[in-house]
Design a protein around this ligand. Sequence first.
Ligand SMILES: *[C@@H]1O[C@H](CO)[C@@H](O)[C@H](O)[C@H]1NC(C)=O
Length: 148
Amino acid sequence: MKAAGILALIGCLVTTTEPKVYTRCKLAKIFSRAGLDNYQGFSLGNWICMAYYESHYNTTAQTELEDGSIDYGIFQINSFTWCRRAKLQEKNHCHVACSALITDDLTDAIICAKKIAKETEGMNYWQGWKRHCEGKDLSEWKKGCEVS
Ligand SMILES: *[C@@H]1O[C@H](CO)[C@@H](O)[C@H](O)[C@H]1NC(C)=O
């Protein structure tokens, strides 16, 4: 029993460190449940489209920028302002470790994305959204998914 439990635990630890790429509809469901649909007036399609162009739905995506900061996770949230990478980092507006933004559990990433949308007044923070999603008909993004 004990050995099986430990094996299961190891199995969990291993799988959580593997890159997780969500499907579009799975994300649509998670986003919808988390209240992103029409959050700050942005329909669900905006969030799915944005996540696609920012990370291709890859929760472990990390991009190092020229200034040394890093964009984290499905929403490519930047460490300079929004999360804590080093111990004595000042800004960390989302009050979250950057590493929490690259897990399968999207709770922290969604909370932080909401904060960004609220505090920076909209989705302009996300270049992928500005380039590919803004002002487009985005209904296709949730097509075929079990969300209202
Ligand atoms: C997801 O991102 C990680 C980290 O950048 C990368 O190693 C992995 O190959 C990506 N997965 C896919 C399916 O693109």
